[in-house]
Each structure stands twice: as structure tokens, then as C-alpha cells.
Design a binder for this molecule. Structure first.
Ligand code: HEC
Length: 385
């Protein structure tokens, strides 16, 4: 009964994470779009108006006005945007806890023993925020290209480091969580407080001070560039050839860079600036990544391996989990419905076996103590299918 209820708890948490994440990123995209598309309006009687933008959606026209900070009387209600960010982060940490930290022997143990791996994973989140926030307080923050390159370099370094300390899949997820933590902390520690100061000033009827909102605005822009790399980390979990690649951290760095370029295209397009070169660069980078990772034939013939030779290995090393009634790992059903009992079933997923066994993802946490010789044998068999 308990594992069954935990499955539902896990599902509910994941759903919540997606709902809140969609609301957060949707709002982030919308407001960045709005800000990029606002065009100055000629000064009218209402001198506060900085610019406007017209749009048509859902059967109506909308005109949004961008305003300065002084308003005689604060409008009611004034809408704030923060629960999306906090809920996404809290549910994300909840998922990390339920999926990774509480199942450390399966998902965190590898280069480090389970306990130490969890300590590294937990520490990574506040460290990411601390380092990034410190950097934001240096003059470098005013040089977007340099600052962006520096933050990117540090995150790639973190991906590299974590890939040596944690199993590949956990390393990816923790890099995603580091970026998510920076984003949520930006909202909590900088963006919302700066808006509170703005609103307080307006409520007191003091003249506009454009610098008050500026810091929040900059952090909001940083967050905007983090969104697509974070989303890539989340979907990569379903594509073991990414995190499981020999240089998985490099794949993350390369695809993450493409994500930043795509976000940059959105922003340039909104401002009416030329973005063609960035489209070319992101497409070229995407093609380069696909080609660089392609499993080119090595030309080295391997001795033929028969199913009879690998069947006993699969039975002892894989079937404890991948069978209709698993005996290991606390599973009540075969993971992903994958049953490795007959040759036909194994042949059907041979390419996946190549990735999972070839990159040490399977057996999970090597809980069934597969030897290197057995691994080579299963790999050779799967490659020949
Ligand atoms: C301790 C339990 C366990 C053992 C032992 C195990 N697996 Fe898995 N396997 C899993 C889990 C859990 C998943 C689901 C991973 C996920 O959710 O991405 C999985 C997923 C897979 C997948 C599917 C990957 C995908 O994304 O579709 C393949 C293929 C696979 N395992 C092959 C094997 C092979 C081959 C062996 C034996 C050499 C093996 N596994 C041993 C638990 C195990």
C-alpha cells in the first residue's frame, strides 16, 4: 500500500511542478515579450506613459501601457507574480528529494557513496546562488557579454564537476536545479523586494526613481536566459543518449548554449532588431551537435555474440527489476514497463540497451553487481542487433 501511495504522491508533485513551471515561464515569456515590444508613445496628457503595445488574442484587442513609477493612488488590485516561482522551486526540490535524495543508493551513488553524493547535491543549490549573486554585485554585471560568458563558464564547470561526482542523470538534474535555484532566489531576494520598494515609494507619493526597479529588471532578464537550458535539462531525462553520452556535460553545455541563443532570438525579434545571424548560429550549432554525437561505425568487427551467451547475464543482472514481478529496488512493476525476459523483448529495445549499458546507466546503480566482462558481452550483443 505504501509504495502505491508514494507513487501517487510522486505523480502529484511532478504535476504540480509542471503546472507551476508552465505558469512561471509563461509569465516570464509574456512580460519579456511585452517589454521588448513596447514602443514609445507621443507624450500626451498622461505624462506617465512610457510606451504601449497592442495585441489581439482570444477574440479581443488588448492595449498594454508601460508606466512610470509614480501614481497618485495605487491601483487596486495590483497583480504580483511570485507564487509561480516559489511553487516551482519548492515542488522541484520536493521531487529531487523524493526521486534522488531518498533513493540515493539507486540514483545518487556512483563515483561517490550515496551519503556523500547527496551532500554534494544538496550543497550545490545554495553554492550556485551564492556565487552568482556575488558576481551580480561586481561591476561585471554591467557588461552583459562578459557577465553572460562568465556565468555560462561557471555552470559548464559545475556540470563537468558534478559529472565526475554523481551518476550522469543525477549530474544533469542537479545542474538544472542549480539554475532553477538561481532563478527562484532572484525572484525572492531581488525582484520582489525591489518591486516592494517601488510600490512603497509610489504609495508615499514620492517622485519616480528609475533605479529602484532596475536591479530587479536585470535579474528578470537573467532569468529569461536561464529558462530554455533548464527546460532542456528537464526533458533530457527521457533521452539517455544526452546525459549518458561519454561527455554528457559537454552535451549539456552545447545544447544549453543553443537554448540561450534561441531565447536571444526571441528578445531581438521583439525589439525589432536583426536576428538572422543568431538563427543561423543556433541551427549550425544544432547540426554540429548532432553530427559530433553520431555513433559512426568504428570499422572494428566484434566477434558475434549469441543470445544464449547473454541470456544468463540478463536474467541475473537485469531481470531482478525488468520482469513482470520485480524482486529488487522496491519496484511493484517493471520500470517503464520494460520486461527483459525473452530474446524478442530484448531485441526490440536493443538500441536502448546499447545506450543504457554502454554508459553505465544500467543496471541501475549497478545494484546487481554486473562485471565489466558481462557488460562488454551484453553491449556487443545489443550492438549486433
Ligand atoms: C535495480 C533495478 C534495475 C536493474 C537491475 C536494471 N534496470 Fe534498467 N531500468 C531501471 C529503471 C528504474 C529504469 C527507468 C529509468 C527512467 O525512469 O528513466 C530502467 C530503464 C531501462 C531502460 C529504458 C531506458 C529508456 O529510457 O527507455 C533500459 C533499456 C534498461 N533499463 C535496460 C537494462 C538492462 C539491459 C539491465 C541489465 C544489464 C537493467 N536495465 C537493469 C531499473 C533497473
Amino acid at each position: 500500500m505504501l509504495p502505491y501511495l508514494l507513487d501517487w504522491a510522486h505523480l502529484a508533485l511532478r504535476w504540480l511542478h509542471l503546472i507551476a513551471g508552465a505558469a512561471w515561464i509563461g509569465a516570464s515569456f509574456y512580460f519579456n515579450w511585452l517589454n521588448n515590444n513596447v514602443r514609445p508613445v507621443p507624450p500626451g496628457p498622461d505624462g506617465e506613459i512610457i510606451g504601449d503595445v497592442w495585441s489581439v488574442h482570444g477574440g479581443a484587442f488588448y492595449r498594454a501601457l508601460k508606466k512610470g513609477y509614480t501614481v497618485d493612488k495605487l491601483p487596486e488590485p495590483l497583480h504580483w507574480f511570485y507564487w509561480e516561482a516559489y511553487t516551482t522551486w519548492l515542488s522541484g526540490v520536493g521531487l529531487l528529494t523524493v526521486v534522488y535524495w531518498l533513493n540515493a543508493s539507486a540514483w545518487m551513488a556512483g563515483p561517490l557513496p550515496a551519503g556523500e553524493a547527496v551532500a554534494v547535491g544538496v550543497a550545490a543549490l545554495p553554492v550556485a546562488w551564492f556565487v552568482y549573486d556575488r558576481l551580480c554585485k561586481t561591476p561585471l554585471v554591467n557588461r552583459p557579454a562578459v557577465f553572460g560568458a562568465l556565468v555560462y563558464g561557471l555552470l559548464v564547470g559545475a556540470a563537468w564537476g558534478l559529472s565526475h561526482l554523481l551518476p550522469a542523470r543525477a549530474a544533469y538534474m542537479h545542474v538544472g536545479a542549480m539554475m532553477g535555484t538561481i532563478m527562484a532566489a532572484n525572484v525572492y531576494f531581488v525582484i520582489i523586494p525591489s518591486q516592494r520598494r517601488m510600490v512603497k515609494r509610489a504609495a508615499e507619493g514620492l517622485p519616480a526613481d528609475l533605479t529602484i526597479g532596475a536591479e530587479g529588471g536585470l535579474r528578470s532578464l537573467h532569468n529569461n536566459y536561464f529558462t530554455l537550458p533548464v527546460l532542456f535539462v528537464m526533458v533530457s531525462n527521457h533521452f539517455p543518449f544526452t546525459y549518458g553520452a561519454e561527455y554528457g556535460w559537454l552535451v549539456l553545455a552545447a545544447v544549453g548554449a543553443v537554448g540561450v541563443m534561441i531565447r536571444h532570438i526571441f528578445n531581438l525579434k521583439g525589439k525589432g532588431l536583426p536576428y538572422g545571424p543568431w538563427v543561423a548560429a543556433s541551427v549550425a550549432s544544432g547540426v554540429a551537435i548532432v553530427l559530433a554525437m553520431a555513433p559512426w561505425p568504428t570499422g572494428k568487427p566484434t566477434a558475434a555474440v549469441s543470445w544464449e551467451e547473454v541470456a544468463p547475464v540478463v536474467t541475473t543482472r537485469c531481470s531482478p527489476c525488468h520482469s513482470t514481478a520485480p524482486s529488487l529496488g522496491g519496484f511493484t512493476a517493471p520500470p517503464l514497463g520494460l520486461v527483459l525476459d525473452t530474446e524478442a523483448h530484448a531485441v526490440a529495445v536493443a538500441p536502448k540497451i546499447v545506450t543504457m549499458v554502454g554508459t553505465n546507466q544500467m543496471p541501475l546503480g549497478n545494484m546487481t553487481n554486473m562485471t565489466p566482462e558481462e557488460r562488454a558481452k551484453v553491449l556487443a550483443w545489443a550492438q549486433q542487433q
